[in-house]
Write a protein that binds this ligand. Structure first.
Ligand code: NDP
Length: 262
């Protein structure tokens, strides 16, 4: 009888680009991909990645690369994607995790607040994926694209003021569904995950500004706790892997049950 090897099908030996991957969800995902035997190229805002990322880079040497980029700046984004793709020796897909979130009453949102969220969460995702897809098509390769959307795009939690953020993430969901159909003939799968409240700097900094958010983070999910980055890893790896090879255009909510209760 044949035994499968211990690697994750369609992950081991592949190369993925991760945006916003030097901290939070993107960083956790970069680490899990490296552990699963993939190579990763991470782009993010800081000139130099932080010490946690640097120690992972030391451990994985020629499997883990970093390039500074702002996903809202075309030149900066394409430059980093090119550098990473060369270092990786080609790519098999990407994870778009770069994102920002502004929690504010609707009436107080400025033009700049709205634009910032649309350009990082929306345009940054759109153009990263466009670049990656072009490369996959040129190489005649199948591929797997995973975008991080948000439960905020589908469900409203009273007290959390995310009108503009939710509209940018709703765009990501619609974008992914359309792309899944457009690219299916090329063997390129496109899926999203919609995390609930995950304990990363994004939420912790929002709660420093409005401490009442702690209560929402803990109690809104039926499972009555905030999620951790580890809660997301299984779903992320599954969607990216060949185990999900008959699955495209799907959104996986990982949100402690908020998707069915809020
Ligand atoms: P973090 O703020 O911890 O990480 C986001 C990363 O994106 C940071 O490294 C940040 O860089 C980077 N980033 C921000 N703007 C840009 C830019 N213009 N160009 C390149 N990189 C950029 O957030 P999370 O890890 O929590 O979030 C990851 C993704 O998951 C986001 O898209 C978020 O919207 C989504 N999400 C998160 C949830 C949560 O509860 N945490 C829930 C639902 C969705 P820097 O560190 O320099 O700011």
């Amino acid at each position: 009888m044949m035994h499968q090897d211990s690697g994750i099908a369609g992950i081991t030996g592949k190369a993925f680009i991760i945006t916003g991957g030097q901290r939070g969800i993107g960083f956790a995902f970069a680490c899990s991909l490296l552990k699963a035997g993939a190579k990763v190229g991470v782009l993010d805002l800081p000139e130099k990645p932080d010490t946690a990322f640097e120690s992972v880079q030391k451990e994985y040497q020629d499997g883990c690369f970093y390039s500074r980029a702002d996903v809202t700046d075309q030149q900066s984004l394409y430059g980093a994607l090119e550098t990473l793709s060369r270092s990786l020796g080609g790519i098999d897909g990407c994870v778009t995790a770069a994102g920002i979130c502004i929690d504010k009453p609707f009436e107080e949102h400025t033009w700049i607040d709205f634009q910032k969220q649309s350009s990082v969460n929306g345009a940054g995702t759109f153009f990263t994926v466009q670049w990656v897809v072009e490369r996959l098509k040129k190489a005649g390769k199948p591929g797997s694209i995973l975008m991080i959307a948000s439960q905020a795009a589908r469900h409203v939690c009273p007290g959390h003021l995310l009108a503009a953020y939710a509209s940018s993430k709703g765009g990501v969901l619609a974008f992914a569904r359309n792309l899944a159909v457009e690219l299916a003939g090329n063997g390129i799968r496109v899926n999203t995950i919609s995390p609930g409240y995950i304990a990363t700097e994004m939420n912790l900094s929002l709660a420093r500004q409005r401490p009442e958010l702690h209560e929402i983070f803990q109690n809104a999910p039926p499972l009555k706790r905030m999620g951790t980055v580890d809660d997301l890893i299984g779903g992320l790896l599954y969607l990216l892997s060949d185990s999900a090879s008959y699955l495209t255009g799907v959104d996986l909510p990982i949100d402690g049950g908020m998707c069915v209760s809020v």
